[in-house]
Design a protein around this ligand. Structure first.
Ligand code: EPZ
Length: 422
């Protein structure tokens, strides 16, 4: 497995161009299955997860290819509705092909995604909604087998999620777009990536109202058609690089992004002492002092995003005081804590709460990446630490951060990738 060798300490400063959002690109790629005519998607990041989903969709006989940041897709030769375990197990968002396949072709066989490091990640809400739309669902040998009711079309219904679920909301609005009749969907996720998906579905001919609110009304249509669309910028990548400035008294300008996508994060950056300036498509974070401590509770959007919890915790490790983090979304999202403590932090976990007592500085150490967003918090901490740190299992980072070494080097980080076969 590849490793990163990071030699600190560095002041993280410079310009970084933000890529399209991984968590928007994945549902948008799945939505391409719904279109009867070719679709073109721009600003698609080059990430392992994107490659995996393109391979999975291509395995259905669909002609889909990526050229630089553009993906083109033509569904006319689709010849199967199957998503195999060997691909789904490496990229759990593959479950997002279930709704489109069921809605357009009336059948699907998709491997259950299984859990991941941060939690069990069930998909019960997705399946409950499809059953409410008349689908026959069975789970056999680790696969979800789904069929639309007799006559082949899902039926619009009134449905509210038992808890806010990003993937559940995305899967169901894609399915409802081609259902017979109207679906009133309650307790929807409000994340910008959900809005991006709904906007693309409308561009494909879907009839959706209430986009960006907790209740969406989807009036099913007969057919959806290809369109040309561009992926929203990645708010988590943006926040991850800006966090590096706060950890090293640095100065980072993030371009091709929007402050509107990460207001709760920018508010916390300011509370920690950063000077945040913004323009139409850029955000700058400048830090001259030691960070102030902070209290964070992760919430569904527009609350503080769980995907930025590890990065803010890494900053708070250096704060002049004690910070608290309450993780409300996932049951096991503190795996970066023992790794940050190896780098000299002083963090104690009590259930879903982590208490961080600020220290003056990190000290270099070998550490292990445990999940996508935790990995980036370790990279930034290692860059702030004096000396050489070796970060293991960095395949996690390759899943979600495009061109990460070059972007970090441009920000002053001394980083080298050590290939496992070296
Ligand atoms: C999406 O995951 C993101 N992934 C996650 O980003 C993100 O952390 C999460 O939303 C929350 O914002 C993608 O968009 C590809 P959920 P998702 O369904 O859709 C429970 C990253 O680092 N739940 O909103 O899987 C679930 O267990 C990743 O980029 C059920 O119980 O998240 C969790 O506790 C990590 N039953 C909570 O809801 C269900 O049927 C929120 O999950 C569905 C979810």
């Amino acid at each position: 497995m590849d490793q990163f060798l990071i030699t600190g300490s560095s002041r993280i400063a410079g310009e970084v161009t933000i890529s399209g959002a991984k968590n928007a690109a994945l549902p948008l790629l799945a939505a391409m299955i719904l279109a009867e005519t070719p679709t073109t998607l721009h600003n698609v990041p080059s990430l392992q997860d994107v490659t995996t989903l393109i391979k999975l969709i291509g395995g259905m006989g669909i002609r889909i290819q990526k050229q630089d940041d553009t993906v083109t897709c033509d569904t006319k030769n689709i010849d199967n509705f199957y998503a195999p375990y060997d691909l789904v197990k490496t990229m759990r968002a593959s479950i997002l092909v279930l709704g489109p396949l069921l809605a357009r072709f009336g059948e699907a066989e998709v491997s259950l995604p299984g859990g991941c490091a941060i939690g069990s990640r069930p998909v019960d809400q997705h399946l409950k909604a499809f059953e409410a739309m008349g689908a026959e669902i069975s789970v056999e040998n680790g696969y979800v087998k789904a069929h639309a009711p007799k006559g082949g079309k899902l039926i619009g219904c009134n449905f509210s999620f038992d808890m806010v679920t990003v993937g559940g909301t995305e899967n169901v609005i894609m399915a409802a777009a081609l259902a017979k009749g109207t679906t009133v969907l309650g307790n929807c996720a409000l994340e910008p990536e959900v809005v991006d998906l709904a906007d693309m579905l409308v561009a494909m001919g879907a009839k959706i109202s209430g986009i960006g609110t907790a209740t969406m009304i989807i009036e099913g249509v007969e057919r959806l058609y290809g369109c040309e669309y561009s992926v929203v910028p990645d708010r988590i990548e943006t926040g991850s690089y800006l966090a590096g400035a706060l950890m090293t008294r640095g100065d980072v300008l993030a371009k091709n992004t929007s402050a509107l996508l990460l207001i709760p994060v920018l508010e916390k950056f300011e509370a920690m002492g950063a000077m945040i300036t913004t323009g139409e498509d850029w955000i700058r974070a400048q830090m001259t002092e030691r960070p102030n401590p902070v209290d964070i509770r992760t919430q569904p959007h527009p609350g503080f995003p769980t995907d930025m919890q590890a990065q803010l915790m890494a900053i708070s490790c250096l704060a002049d005081g004690t910070s608290t983090f309450i993780e409300n979304i996932f049951e096991n999202r503190f795996m970066h804590v023992p790794e940050l403590n190896r780098l000299g932090a002083s963090i104690k976990i009590d259930g879903h709460t982590a208490v961080v007592r600020g220290v003056e500085c990190f000290t270099a150490a070998p550490v292990m990446a445990t999940d996508l967003r935790a990995s980036m918090s370790l990279v930034m901490a290692a860059a702030a630490a004096e000396g050489e740190s070796l970060i293991d299992r960095i395949y996690h980072i390759d899943r979600g951060y495009e061109d990460v070494e070059n972007k970090l080097r441009a920000l002053g980080v001394n980083i080298e990738r050590i290939n496992s076969n070296d």
